[in-house]
Design a binder for this molecule. Structure first.
Ligand code: OXD
Length: 311
């Protein structure tokens, strides 16, 4: 009977995951990338950016768990074994961190904190023009778990908040749009645009010159989804022309961000190293444990991923 759990990630050693899973499931034959042992014994894979083709070499794998809420890192492997269910973590801790990230940069921009910091450095007592919260419109691209939480928190602070998703959604207190026409409408009213879309064939490169031109002049961008959504040259051009007033970027087309990239030194860009939300085994493990139990008992899984839609 295959019952080993393989932890496939180069980012962390998996010790906290092993502890969290063992606390609920008892002792586990826990394998890591450097210690995969007999691959026929692997039943469950926990994966973050797995090497292409590796999971397909586990002949008895029954469940693939994405260690990120985003699954593009996993679906990039075009050799994933067919018919093996894929689930993703659902982590309230990570969701809360992501909305905090968006709120932090939005409020910092909204309240002109960087301008006041510059005035302080120049010892200048200078009052900036004030934009009322009711007139600072927020647009959220993507209304999954993270987008909804973020939207709700902006709305609770009194910002007029709109959201856009591929399919129709309705959320109390949030103006919702969907489809291509809906995208144009949400962009036209986004003084601060927050991107939390999944990265799929349809959303790759969506944040391009056309999209930036559709935003109001002076709009601010917060990208905490994936770098692949953004056409970097288009964003830099929109910042340089003054059409966009700034951008807080947590994710990049290439990570780590290459040393020579203009984002590092651009005066209107804030760079963080893909830290908007960190997966924490303490908050993410309950759903994974439930899925391991479900797959062993032949019961339906939760937090399933549809590889066709890409999320
Ligand atoms: C995720 C991430 O997908 O951390 O969860 O990027």
């Amino acid at each position: 009977m295959p019952e080993a759990i393989a932890y496939i990630s180069r980012d962390t050693d998996g010790v906290l995951w092993k502890k969290a899973l063992e606390a609920a499931l008892g002792p586990i034959d826990f394998r890591t990338l450097d210690n995969l042992g007999d691959k026929a014994g692997i039943e469950v894979v926990l994966a973050w950016k797995p090497p292409a083709g590796l999971i397909a070499s586990f002949p008895n794998v029954k469940l693939i768990v994405s260690l990120g809420m985003g699954v593009d890192h996993l679906l990039a492997d075009d050799k994933l074994p067919e018919g093996v269910p894929i689930v993703r973590i659902m982590d309230d801790g990570l969701v809360g961190q992501m909305s905090e990230y968006a709120l932090y940069w939005a409020l910092r921009h909204h309240r002109d904190i960087d301008k006041y910091a510059a005035s302080q450095r120049a010892k200048q007592w200078k009052v900036e023009d004030f934009v009322d919260t009711l007139h600072r419109r927020i647009g959220i691209l993507g209304l999954g778990t993270i987008g909804q939480d973020t939207a709700k928190k902006f709305a609770a602070l009194g910002f007029p908040t709109a959201g856009w998703s591929r399919t129709k959604k309705s959320l109390p207190g949030i103006e919702t749009f969907h489809g291509p026409d809906g995208l144009a409408r949400v962009l036209a009213q986004s003084d601060i645009l927050v991107n939390v879309l999944p990265l799929t064939r349809d959303t790759k490169g969506l944040l391009d010159a056309k999209l930036f031109a559709a935003l109001p002049r002076g709009a601010y961008l917060i990208n905490m989804a994936r770098g692949g959504h953004v056409v970097d040259e288009a964003l830099l051009a929109a910042l340089d022309s003054g059409h966009l007033s700034g951008a807080a970027l947590d994710v990049f087309n290439q990570e780590p961000l290459p040393q020579e990239h203009r984002y590092w030194t651009h005066p209107k860009v804030q760079v963080t190293p893909h830290v908007a939300g960190a997966t924490n085994p303490r908050t993410a493990s309950p759903g994974v444990i439930e899925n391991i139990r479900n797959v062993r008992a032949g019961k339906p899984l939760i937090n399933t991923v549809d590889p066709k839609s890409g999320y």
